[in-house]
Design a protein around this ligand. Sequence first.
Ligand SMILES: Cc1cc2nc3c(=O)[nH]c(=O)nc-3n(C[C@H](O)[C@H](O)[C@H](O)COP(=O)(O)OP(=O)(O)OC[C@H]3O[C@@H](n4cnc5c(N)ncnc54)[C@H](O)[C@@H]3O)c2cc1C
Length: 510
Amino acid sequence: MQQQKEYDTVIIGSGLGGLVCGAILSKEGQRVCVLEKNEQIGGNLQTFKRDGVTFDTGVHYISGLDKGQNLYQFFNYLGLMDRLELLKMDEDGFDVILLGDDATEYPYGMGYDNFKQKLLTCFPHEQMAIDTYCSDIQRICNNFPMYNIKEGNEYEDKTVFTTSAAAYFDALTNNEKLRAVLAGTHLLYGGNRNKTPLHVHALVVNSYIESSWRCVKGGDQLAKLLAKSIREAGGDVLRKKNVTHIELENDKAVYVETDTGERFYGTQFISNMHPAQTLDLTDTPLFRKAYRSRIQGIENTVSAFIVNIVLKPDTVLFHNRNYYYHCNTDVWNTVNYHPEEWPHHYALFENVPEKGSAYTNGIILMTYMRFDEVAQWKDTMNTTLDEQSRGEDYEHFKQEKAEKLLALVYKRFPELEGAIQRYYISTPLSYRDYIGTADGNMYGIAKDFNDPLQTTISPVTKIPNLFLTGANIVLHGVLGVTVGAFITTSCLLGKEYLVNKIRKANETLS
Ligand SMILES: Cc1cc2nc3c(=O)[nH]c(=O)nc-3n(C[C@H](O)[C@H](O)[C@H](O)COP(=O)(O)OP(=O)(O)OC[C@H]3O[C@@H](n4cnc5c(N)ncnc54)[C@H](O)[C@@H]3O)c2cc1C
């Protein structure tokens, strides 16, 4: 007879959300098991190596990590802060916006005073718009209790959920360039003119303005440290465990089963999978038809096309900043792009150099790509655990797209032409296969200002001992997912209890 493995909490998926939940519960005395379908843990925190160069798949920079800031406090409670290898980005321009043929570089300064000052230098007649923007963003962020490590549940201003980000910028100023610069980093949240609410922009951009950091040698260090703390507390983090079923008895989950028939029993369960895929794990009538069709019908954020470039040694000097390029000031032309006009934007992220070098060894180019562009290969699958070719026509498609993107990049960064040793491409299919979503979306469900309730996902489900976590709860990104994991685990531990624990861990800071 198969031996039963029994845990306090079983977590499906080792993305950041699953691992943070696991680390919190372990810290609070639970025996936790995290089950990951991939060879590598971390979901979007995964890195990969080509020709000796490490590339991040889904974490290029993180935010809010100066002493006392929000992510610092969460990570400090988790014991991560003195173990993470971080590099603070350029305080006089951690992000730089580039607009078409305009030769000016528009830098984002770190800290609100510096941010305003840098913008005022570029837009000397726009003081009122810049001041209004900064105070609006900070006011909106104050509305979210857990983001600020506070107990409440109530949002003082509910209109932030129904305010369109694009419409906000249209009303803020007539200066098209300033609007484009302020919205210029929407690759961070998959900005969509017809959907993105202002609070999504605010929560993401605010924390980067507060402070921006690169993970030296990759974001997978976060996953490794979190897994270590779970294991040190007696828990398990197990790879190559593809969960395919949740078994219920008396309307409660009792175990999850993998594709090889292994069972993992628990008192509580947390799913770090996309909610739509979580529902596929059980046909329980507790999830009513209307709920299933709502969750399965919600539109996700757009996916990405990424070119990971290995550079010839000592050819490109490192800039401790990211570049966001847009072909013109119509920066909201994102999801509904015409393939002929693609790419309209890109982000350029540089690898932190090896110790002692002034040169970067790798560059990541990222732009949007809809799943429909790769839909003809949707029946293929390719991961390191299950390596398969998607065919020559797919290779040709990738190549053609990469060359188109590179041609645009060379216009602004001519020094890159000739510096490239080799490049490796990821498409929406890569993200779909590694993360397990239906469409390889970047940031989960697309929040919608037209109908905020429909796109709001509660961590609590109709199965009383099954909870949800990850990018679809609250917000995506390292900060958003961490806040979400604290919200998910507060359903098990109590919000007041958890907030007090975080405060206590950070007491010496005040
Ligand atoms: C291209 C890109 C760039 C990004 N850049 C940044 C950035 O610079 N900064 C930032 O803060 N954020 C960035 N993000 C966002 C950030 O990486 C994600 O929001 C975050 O990592 C998602 O965490 P998650 O908890 O939702 O888990 P996910 O990363 O979605 O992981 C889910 C995990 O569940 C596993 N899983 C799925 N199904 C099963 C199953 N059946 N059984 C077992 N395991 C399963 C998957 O394999 C995966 O490991 C980026 C994302 C992308 C895609």
